[in-house]
Design a protein around this ligand. Structure first.
Ligand code: IPD
Length: 325
């Protein structure tokens, strides 16, 4: 009936506006949302117009703010990259930082602070923390893959996550050189450049592509790590090491990799990518198969079967005491 009068898309649009007004009415009554957050919901929906669900209700202001911060940070990083005008310092052995990291991190924090002045920050270059506080915490890596950036190897990411009550709520990873944008919201799904993504359904290790990383400075587990690496070469289609854990995790989320493992990681390397995997239907654990992967430095990710395969392989190569930080 309706389609006889209106184009079906116009009809959907009108329904969406009516739903938005109704939500605004409800939110206004409850005093939980403001006018801005309703329209950032519309904004978010417009950017994910391939979705059939009417609105992304949760954390839309947070996601849009993270997108703005990532876009501005990315512009700063690209400016430094365009004439290679950055300077490099060492924080420790093989642990690089550039002035592009610092400028990008400052810009991200400025934008997040302005939008959410009450929220806490955990950031690689200026506000590293050893534990995750209660409440809302933004976990930021301005350039994940600083070594790649310093050598102008084109895989380095801005990574921004919001954790609330020790649970990931919003995740964003922007690969700066290609502008590939991965996002996720707790309970809402995961997207690559606005298109919904899912982990690979391939559960056969022998036809799987596996991602990993090599530690830069903590080499205490390397002998066993190389044994594991050999087993992976024998048992899978191949192993890749792009050099940015945040993007590695996104490659699991969109199904390019069936699984990923690494040790020596920091919370800002994994905080956003982990939610993107979970929302894409994948699973994450530490090397003991438990949940201590944010600060535990050891991570396994993948679809459920490949995650279990990787866990078994890792546990076969390391002593029990080596599985924990
Ligand atoms: C690094 C990257 C790399 C991983 C290192 C991390 P950073 O992060 O994620 O892939 O192998 O362990 O430290 O230091 O470039 O932000």
């Amino acid at each position: 009936m309706v389609a006889g009068y209106w184009d079906i898309h116009e009809y959907k649009f009108v329904v969406r506006i009516k739903v938005a007004k109704y939500l605004y009415f409800l939110a206004d009554i409850k005093g939980k949302m403001n006018y801005d957050s309703i329209f950032s919901i519309v904004d978010h929906e417009n950017q994910h117009s391939n979705l059939q669900r009417p609105y992304i209700l949760k954390y839309s202001k947070e996601l849009n703010t993270a997108k703005k911060a990532a876009a501005e940070a990315s512009a700063i990083i690209r400016e430094y990259a365009s004439d290679e005008s950055f300077s490099i310092e060492l924080k420790g052995k093989n642990d690089l930082v550039t002035d592009a990291d610092i400028s990008a991190e400052n810009k991200i924090i400025e934008i997040l602070n302005e939008a959410f002045p009450e929220d806490l920050i955990l950031a690689e270059e200026s506000q590293a923390r050893k534990i995750l506080p209660e409440g809302r915490v933004w976990i930021i890596d301005p350039i994940d893959g600083t070594t790649n950036f310093a050598h102008q190897f084109p895989r380095y990411c801005v990574s921004i996550a919001l954790w609330d009550q020790k649970t990931p709520r919003v995740g964003l990873v922007l690969e700066v050189a290609s502008q590939e944008l991965f996002t996720a919201v707790d309970g809402e799904g995961a997207w690559m450049n606005g298109k919904e993504i899912h982990v690979s359904q391939n559960t056969d290790p022998s036809s799987s592509l596996i991602g990993t990383g090599f530690p830069y400075n903590n080499l205490e587990l390397v002998d066993n790590y190389l044994v594991l690496f050999k087993r992976m070469m024998e048992k899978t289609h191949g192993v890749r090491r792009p050099g940015t854990a945040a993007w590695d995790l996104c490659n699991v989320a969109c199904g390019r990799f069936e699984g990923f493992y690494e040790y020596g990681l920091s919370p800002w390397d994994v905080a956003a990518g982990a939610l993107i995997i979970q929302e894409a239907g994948g699973v994450i654990c530490d090397w003991e198969g438990e949940d201590d992967w944010l600060f535990g430095e050891r991570i396994i990710a993948g679809n459920k079967v490949i995650k279990d395969f990787l866990k078994d392989e890792i546990q076969a190569c390391f002593q029990k005491v080596q599985l924990k930080k």
